[in-house]
Write a protein that binds this ligand. Structure first.
Ligand code: NPW
Ligand code: K
Length: 527
């Protein structure tokens, strides 16, 4: 599990150490970690360390101090280092160490800006140490102009962000342009939640967490990411004497005359994700197509009340005029069974729901949901602040909310938030969301009632729905990636994602020997 924290949480964790006079030691550890990461990157890119050109953009706070100390370490290893001081001051001890190590210092002025931007663009490494967790808003003035000029230039080398890319909000991942996109972000003490949520994640590149000794003071994380061993431990496995009903039956209310394929893909996703049985309810013509494509599915035109299932999937491929299907969707929500509510069901739901209802909107659908709740949002505003949006939606509706995207976020109402980024951009394809709904529905049917198992894993009963949804997002993402890798990284269809699920499931299960997985998520790159 990767745990991520807000900037405020990290700063609070630093407090006892700062009070004990260890501030400089913390900064030295941070800077050493940053410098080591730069050395690794240079070696990986085949660049000679001696004489390598490093430009550090240093703000006036401690983030700039980290950058200057790190550049001092690099200068002492024979690199040609330049510091561009972007503010009216610089961290005094960091600057002194940098100058002692032989680094060149430039103060940013309007006249010097083009030359300094060109020097940064030509460098082997640019270290962005302008703003860190103490930032208030985005870059301003000449620092903003410099970052814009470097962003616009064709960069020779790579960019390493110190703690976070300047201009990205450490807590929310909101980005105030201009932001210099990093290839690597080296972050201190714990990952910042803004690095694991879009758009912050777009700018962060790979994320490396450097321990600095504050870890034992960190509180419950603001954001979690499930990794291999977590997924393995959450995956339901059939008991030796299982039968199809005990394994879990999923009722599917999906598809319409206009979008019959969505029902097929939702059923395929569910079947490939280990459910004991799928019951389909819907229009006869759609049921015929489902039967032909998935003979394993039991189809009927009956009501929700007549169907014995452990969970429901409602909404994929349904429109506002599919009255019979929408009635079934509402009945499923009222049934008190776990439900994954997708696409067409979202506008038809009551305003107040419960955590066992998992909503799976994309950004546009979430904006529409906010409109109905009287909050003015559009797709762009949701995409600009995904973490805030998903948290607000969960807390306001009482439902578990999964916001689909390059980084998929899942929020439990008044509870945990998960961030999964297991997929590939090729997953942005028609029907992909139907398969995801099928996977989550299948997991709800299999694992929803297993409260004890989640407790053992430290997940409270009301929080298990979000953990199941995050597990579904991870499986779906990994299956998408596997499907694309099977065609040498080429494009995939939603059906291929469903086809890749069983093998993905098998590979994830192999990690169930938790002790064998020695990865320390505080010292390894996140991706
Ligand atoms: N605490 C520790 O011991 C450790 C901390 N660590 C490091 O410290 C970082 C946090 O440092 P920090 O608190 O000094 O804030 P930082 O992010 O450098 O910037 C704030 C400075 O910039 C200014 N400023 C603010 N907004 C601005 C804007 N939009 N545009 C322009 N200027 C702006 C603001 O000045 P002001 O405006 O308030 O006068 C202030 O001076 C953290 O990310 C990590 O890297 C690690 O070394 C581990 C040990
Ligand atoms: K920074």
């Amino acid at each position: 599990m990767i745990s991520a924290y807000t900037g405020t949480q990290v700063r609070a964790a630093e407090e006892p150490l700062l009070a004990a006079g260890l501030g400089d030691a913390l900064m030295q550890r941070a800077a050493r970690g940053l410098a080591n990461a730069v050395v690794h990157e240079l070696k990986d890119s085949g660049t000679r360390l001696s004489g390598a050109r490093v430009v550090v953009l240093a703000g006036k706070g401690n983030n700039g101090g980290d950058g200057l100390y790190a550049a001092a370490f690099l200068a002492s290893r024979g690199m040609r280092t330049t510091a561009v001081l972007t503010g009216d001051a610089a961290h005094p001890a960091g600057l002194a160490a940098f100058e002692r190590a032989g680094g060149r210092v430039h103060r940013l002025t309007e006249a010097a800006l083009p030359g300094l931007a060109a020097e940064a663009a030509a460098a082997d490494v640019v270290i962005d140490a302008v703003l860190g967790t103490g930032a208030k808003g985005g870059l301003r003035g000449s620092a903003a102009d410099l970052i814009q000029a470097i962003t616009d230039a064709h960069l020779h080398g790579f960019v390493v962000a110190c703690d976070l890319p300047s201009g990205v909000d450490a807590d929310t991942g909101e980005a105030a342009a201009p932001v210099l996109p990093a290839d690597l972000t080296v972050t201190f003490g714990g990952a910042k939640s803004g690095l694991l949520a879009d758009p912050g994640a777009d700018y962060a590149g790979r994320v490396l967490v450097v321990p600095i000794g504050i870890e034992e003071h960190l509180p419950e994380p603001a954001l979690r990411r499930l990794e291999g061993p977590d997924l393995a431990r959450l995956l339901p496995q059939p008991a030796r004497r299982a039968q199809k009903y005990s394994r879990g039956v999923l009722g599917v209310v999906a598809g319409s005359e206009d979008y019959p394929g969505a029902a097929v893909l939702a059923c395929r996703g569910a079947l490939a994700a280990g459910v004991g049985m799928v019951r389909y309810l819907g229009p006869p013509s759609v049921a015929d197509l489902v039967r032909q494509s998935c003979p394993e599915v039991v189809c009927s035109t009956g009501t929700v009340a007549e169907s014995r299932v452990q969970a429901w999937l409602v909404g994929s491929g349904m429109g506002p005029h599919d009255h019979e299907q929408l009635t079934r969707a509402r009945d499923a929500i009222a049934s008190d069974l776990p439900v994954v509510a997708d696409a067409g069901a979202l506008p038809a739901l009551p305003a107040i729901l419960a955590p066992h209802v998992v909503l799976t909107p994309h950004a546009g659908e979430l904006a529409s949901l906010f409109h109905r709740l009287g909050r003015g949002e559009n797709r762009e505003s949701v995409e600009a602040a995904t973490l805030g949006a998903v948290r607000h939606a969960a807390d306001r509706t009482g439902a578990t909310v999964l916001l689909k995207g390059a980084t998929t976020l899942v929020a439990a109402p008044w509870g945990a938030t998960y961030s999964q980024a297991d997929g590939t951009p090729w997953l942005a394809t028609a029907g992909s969301g139907d398969v995801l709904a099928g996977v989550i529905g299948a997991l709800l049917a299999q694992a929803g009632s297993d409260v004890g198992r989640f407790r053992q894993l430290g997940v409270e009963p009301d929080g298990r729905w979000a953990a199941i949804a995050a597990l579904g997002a991870a499986l779906h993402g990994q299956a998408g990636r596997a499907a694309s890798e099977a065609v040498s990284g080429g494009p995939i269809t939603a059906g291929r994602v469903a086809d890749a699920l069983p093998e993905t499931w098998g590979k994830v299960s192999m990690l169930s020997n938790y002790g064998a997985w020695k990865r320390n998520s505080h010292s390894q790159p996140l991706r």
